[in-house]
Ligand binder design. Structure first.
Ligand code: GTP
Ligand code: MG
Ligand code: ZN
Length: 351
């Protein structure tokens, strides 16, 4: 038997957790897993974060050390044992930290709670890897060609950005290589998402992007070879960040950037460059809340017959109806289904 239809009184679905909770599991998924009784969860992560006033900004962690911006200059600091998690520190580019002068040089003593973050599961999957902290915007960089536009990865980044509390922006770079926007970009114009089309070759769109990032802390993310480092160079040529042609044989990027790093630009923009990745795992997101991050699905979901409709198999599903009449893009819906399936598989305990 299905549940009572509650068509008219259904509240808008809201995220049941706050980004700062996601250092381990979401409250929701923790409660759900604990309900099952049989699954024993590790205790909540050690509390590394505090409200200690910050006097420095992390540019890039470096094992047990970290590059930080302190007193107007870059310093390589030791990191206090209290902030070490195994062989590396918990620090991420963008973290606000307290640095103290010590006889052996400056030491990072404390790190403030993060306002926002971009995370993914670390290798091994049972813990979180924070790619960037305290970011206002996540700029999802894709290229119009070389390498080809990849909607699946873009969708995952859009979800991760919102889940971490940041504003997603889509940047389609290498527009000089095509005569028109790739057709796959069209569905992203159907909802509230800022889209910039740029070229580091002829500088098209770069002023608009620069204005959007001025005074903010942002992270550039996306596939290898799409031009993340080139964009930062184009915005500030004196930085001379290493970039490299994509491979002729594989048509893929060569993973030129190998660690994340924060750059300060004259317009007050602070931008974190990250290494390109092939696939983005999602951290701290339950399958039940996934539709919340697909704007056009979330809008329709209010009209589904069942309050907990997954939009996969239920009858009277307003999302599926909208896909049927092309009001929701089939590509975006299929992407939702793929990500949902992966999240369900990840959260199903394996005995
Ligand atoms: N035609 C064209 N080529 C570009 C543009 N932007 C970057 N490229 C080229 O694309 C290649 C890859 O650029 P990178 O900036 O190294 O790419 P990335 O995204 O930082 O790559 P990873 O560091 O490996 O993640 C380089 O050869 C750049 O010159 C552009 O707007 N148009
Ligand atoms: Mg790079
Ligand atoms: Zn539905």
């Amino acid at each position: 038997m299905g549940k009572d239809p509650r068509k008219n009184r259904k509240p808008v679905r809201r995220r049941a957790w706050d980004p700062s909770d996601a250092d381990t599991l979401t409250r929701e998924s923790r409660a759900r897993r604990e309900d099952r009784g049989a699954v024993r969860l590790p205790p909540l992560a050690k509390e590394f974060f505090s409200d200690t006033p910050a006097n420095a900004l992390v540019i890039g962690p470096y094992g047990a050390l970290a590059f930080v911006l302190w007193n107007g200059a870059e310093h390589l600091c030791r990191v206090d044992d209290a902030l070490m998690d195994g062989k590396s520190s918990v620090l991420a580019p963008g973290d606000d930290v307290q640095v103290e002068a010590d006889s052996g040089g400056p030491v990072v003593r404390a790190v403030r709670h993060r306002r926002t973050k971009l995370s993914r599961p670390a290798i091994g999957r049972s813990r979180e890897q924070v790619l960037a902290a305290n970011i206002d915007c996540v700029v999802v960089v894709a290229s119009a060609a070389k390498p080809q536009f990849n909607p699946g990865l873009v969708d995952r980044y859009l979800v991760a950005a919102q889940a971490g509390g940041a504003r997603p922006i889509l940047c389609i770079n290498k527009m000089d290589l095509v005569s028109a926007e790739p057709r796959e970009v069209e569905p992203y114009r159907e909802f509230d998402l800022a889209i910039f089309e740029t070229s580091c070759q002829n500088r098209a769109g770069l002023d608009a992007l620069s204005d959007a990032l001025a005074g903010k802390l942002s992270v550039l993310t996306g596939h290898s070879g799409v031009g993340k480092s080139s964009i930062i160079n184009a915005l500030e040529p004196s930085l001379s960040i290493d970039t490299q042609d994509i491979s002729e044989s594989t048509k893929k990027g060569r993973h030129t950037t190998t660690s994340s790093r924060l750059y300060e630009l004259p317009n007050g923009a602070r931008i974190i460059d990250t290494p390109g990745i092939k696939q983005l795992g999602l951290w701290g997101i339950s399958p039940e809340e996934l539709d919340y991050y697909f704007h056009e699905l979330a809008e329709r979901a209010e009209k589904c017959r069942f309050r907990d409709c997954t939009h996969v198999h239920e009858p009277h599903c307003a999302v599926k109806d909208a896909v049927e009449v092309s009001e929701i893009s089939l590509a975006r819906y299929e992407s939702y289904l793929r990500i949902r399936k992966a999240l369900v598989e990840e959260t199903t305990p394996k005995y």
